[in-house]
Design a protein around this ligand. Structure first.
Ligand SMILES: NC(=O)c1ccc[n+]([C@@H]2O[C@H](COP(=O)([O-])OP(=O)(O)OC[C@H]3O[C@@H](n4cnc5c(N)ncnc54)[C@H](OP(=O)(O)O)[C@@H]3O)[C@@H](O)[C@H]2O)c1
Length: 489
């Protein structure tokens, strides 16, 4: 008898695009190399661009790497993988075009029922037409006791609370919430997954993980590149919708959440929603917006945001945002959570910086009074550092801040998987802890929607900052209002 788990179809809609080529298909190849794909799997690319199977395989092959396969057998593995990849061209809203995939899948699986992943790697305005057409074409099969069908979508999920709720409601006319996997790829990052382990598998953190010991939390996401001709999507979206509403609020919820009663998807996501629901909406006076302008570096002129040909010359879209939020509950009352995200800044970095309160009694006079810090670096160079005061060896008592330093590169010999590898494996396993549930999404939108509407209605102008700098000085003033010094990095 055929084991139904042996039959898997992965339909990648938008297969001609950047996400499909650079993330989704390479991640599937990585899973294939590690033996995580079932015996009979098929990958079907679908998009409007006319491509032959061979053209498609060539574009896929260009992005495959031999990370998990010794060089000598890699070409063979790639050949086996690519032989399972085929492509069909068609319109996104056409059930007739999509219906043609059905016989191809039936033939590929010898008429056996298959489990199905529908990966929507398309711009958000296409989600709904594709979902409906997949439904009408009979490809979005309802789960049966023996088979499942899961749909994966990528942020952004709407533009504000209302449009997101509408999208969720409309998607649910085709797929149940249980079938929908909303990806925020930050949740698949290794260090982010380690956050819960750090908090709940080590006895020393949880007792001090509260307002009595922690004085502030900083969450930073920054890039040192600008928009570089890819302004279309970003200019419509802006940094709050692109980064803060999803990546940064997801991180905040993992830092702030109460211990879940159990480590399963339901309880972890309940705890995250509860944390987000304790955050009052962001107010305009707690938000700094910036937009980078041109600069000249060593004779090289770097264009500003508005100079980019893909951006409207009078665009008010923020490329930088710093925000002060609070989690108003017994654990966190009074502790500022400072979030900042920006493009065209002085470096590339994502990190969480938890600053502890000074030692009561202040027995030692600490040079510049810097607090203990727990620094969790997500990228680049994944690391966890605990900054402690230490006596410098010698005959005098001199104190310095030093790091208890866990650098992933040196501490672990294992490869760090790409976030998409982790997330896709979870989709295959039906494990939803790292995917955003509908109510979690709504709670995150509730925090930023009022200020987004305020920005739009009042046509708020972002403060300018020079490309390659730390961003607007007013962000430092915002942090100072809460007694926090942004870390300089
Ligand atoms: N790239 C990433 O790393 C990344 C990261 C996070 C989230 N995302 C999200 O993932 C989705 C896909 O990203 P992507 O970078 O792959 O986008 P993309 O390359 O711009 O688009 C994917 C495919 O969609 C089709 N498409 C593009 N613009 C369209 C339009 N206006 N109307 C209808 N179809 C259009 C194109 O295929 P055809 O012309 O052949 O039909 C394109 O190859 C987006 O929702 C994006 O926000 C991407």
């Amino acid at each position: 008898m055929t084991d139904l788990n042996d039959h898997l179809s992965i339909i990648v809609v938008g297969a001609s695009g950047h996400l499909a080529r650079t993330k989704v298909l390479p991640a599937l190849f990585a899973l294939f190399c590690q033996g995580f794909l079932p015996r009979h799997f098929r990958i079907l690319g679908y998009a409007r661009t006319p491509l032959s199977d061979d053209d498609f395989r060539r574009t896929v092959e260009e992005n495959l790497t031999c990370r998990y396969t010794p060089q000598e057998s890699c070409a063979e593995r790639m050949g086996e993988f690519l032989a399972r990849c085929t492509y069909r061209g068609g319109q996104y809203d056409s059930a007739a075009d999509l219906r043609a995939l059905g016989p191809a899948l039936a033939e590929a699986h010898d008429g056996q029922p298959d489990n199905r992943v529908l990966y929507l790697a398309v711009p958000p305005h296409v989600f709904l037409p594709v979902a409906r057409a997949l439904g009408d074409a009979g490809l979005a099969q309802a789960p049966t006791p023996d088979t499942w069908c899961r749909v994966v979508i990528e942020k952004p999920f709407g533009r504000d609370r209302e449009s997101s709720t509408l999208l969720t409601r409309d998607m649910e006319t085709v797929f149940s919430e249980e079938q929908i996997y909303r990806i925020d790829h930050y949740l698949g990052k290794e260090v982010i997954q380690n956050l819960l382990v750090l908090r709940f598998a080590n006895a020393m953190f949880e007792p001090i993980w509260n307002r009595h010991y922690i004085q502030s939390v900083q969450i930073t996401w920054k890039e040192n590149v600008g928009i570089e001709g890819r302004g279309g999507y970003f200019d419509e979206t802006g940094i709050i919708r692109d980064v803060m509403q999803n990546h940064l609020l997801q991180i905040l919820s993992l830092v702030a959440m109460e211990p879940p009663p159990r480590l399963d998807a339901t309880h972890i996501r309940n705890a995250k929603v509860n944390a987000l629901m304790c955050v009052p909406p962001l107010t305009p006076d707690n938000l700094v917006l910036g937009q980078y302008v041109a600069t000249n570096r060593g004779g090289l002129s770097i264009p500003g945001y508005r100079d980019d040909p893909s951006v409207a010359p009078d665009s008010r879209t923020a490329t930088y945002a710093a925000a002060a939020l609070h989690v108003v509950n017994a654990r966190w009352d009074g502790v500022p959570f400072l979030l900042r995200s920006g493009k065209g800044l002085d470096g590339r970095l994502s990190e969480i910086r938890i600053q502890f309160r000074p030692v009561p009694g202040r027995m030692y006079v600490l040079p510049n009074g810097a607090p203990n810090e727990l620094v969790i670096r997500i990228q680049p160079d994944e690391a966890i550092n605990f900054r402690i005061w230490s006596k410098v060896p010698g005959l005098e008592t001199q104190l310095e801040l030093r790091d208890l330093d866990l650098q992933y590169k040196t501490a672990f010999s294992q490869l760090i998987p790409d976030a998409y590898e982790d997330l896709l494996l979870d989709v295959l396993r039906g494990e939803k802890s790292l995917f955003i549930r509908g109510d979690e999404l709504a709670a995150a939108w509730d925090i930023v929607t009022p200020v987004l509407h305020d920005i739009d209605q009042n046509q708020r102008e972002p403060t300018t900052y020079e490309f390659g700098t730390r961003g607007p000085a007013s962000a430092d003033e915002l942090a100072a209002r809460y007694g926090v010094l942004w870390h300089l990095q």
